[in-house]
Design a protein around this ligand. Structure first.
Ligand code: DC
Length: 233
């Protein structure tokens, strides 16, 4: 058996289901590292757009070409720092342009192969809370705790808009964002490689109307039941 410092908690779910913020808070409570796998796909998308590679060409990208995009991830604090061409990227990864193109990047088989190694390496020592679309099914099928989060689409849309700084989104704004989320969900669930799927052994958690703190507490409790120790003071 490999030497593990703690269990792996894998959280999957559709866009805006609260995976990343939940995963981050759960990691903090457990004293674990947080791995936001969507950010890796976003970094590749940002890098490809910056390099002027047209999205129509992405399906043919080779592993070597992906290397030349110079995307790196290093453990940093309680998560990972992503760099593109030696420059740290964070806010850039949430731009409307990256949002609009990231599903196309995530559907490219070579991209998924390229990232699989990086994501698994990040989890090799355990003590990790990872979130994405295929963490429980493909990346960490051995994870001790798997969760699949779902949430009503209008609530997800409202959360997304608030994350983007819209303090009091109007009904029309919510409807428009909900439409974009439904389109993204269809791309993420309908693609041939590693589609968004609930692992048969994942706990289904509907977060509609559930206060954030309650969600986090529930997952932390489950993680402790599956072997996560309390962080030493
Ligand atoms: O969670 P997010 O919105 O940051 O994810 C960005 C995109 O990356 C989304 O279209 C789905 C894709 N993704 C994926 O295909 N597999 C993952 N493990 C994580 C994200």
């Amino acid at each position: 058996m490999s030497r593990r410092e703690g269990i792996i908690v894998a959280i999957d779910g559709p866009a805006g289901s609260g995976k990343s913020s939940t995963a981050k808070a759960v990691a903090q409570a457990l004293g674990y590292r947080h791995l936001d796998s969507g950010a890796f796909y976003r970094a590749l998308t940002f890098a490809a757009l910056r390099a002027g590679l047209p999205p129509e060409r992405w399906p043919e990208l080779s592993l070597v070409e992906l290397d030349t995009l110079a995307v790196r991830a290093d453990p940093h604090g309680d998560g990972y720092r992503l760099q593109v061409g030696g420059r740290a990227v964070a806010r850039e990864l949430r731009s409307p342009e990256v949002n609009a193109h990231v599903s196309q990047m995530a559907a490219v088989p070579a991209v998924r192969e390229w990232l699989l190694g990086a994501l698994r390496q990040a989890g090799a020592r355990g003590a990790l809370v990872a979130d994405g679309r295929d963490l429980g099914t493909v990346v960490f099928p051995e994870a001790e705790l798997k969760l699949f989060l779902v949430c009503a689409v209008r609530e997800r849309a409202e959360r997304r808009l608030k994350e983007q700084g819209v303090a009091a989104p109007s009904g029309e704004q919510i409807d428009a964002e909900a439409e974009r989320l439904v389109a993204r969900d269809a791309l993420d669930s309908g693609r041939a490689v590693a589609p968004l799927l609930r692992a048969p052994d994942a706990v289904l958690l509907d977060t509609t109307g559930l206060p954030f703190a309650a969600q986090v507490e529930l997952i932390v409790r489950l993680a402790r039941e599956r072997g996560a120790a309390r962080p030493s003071a």
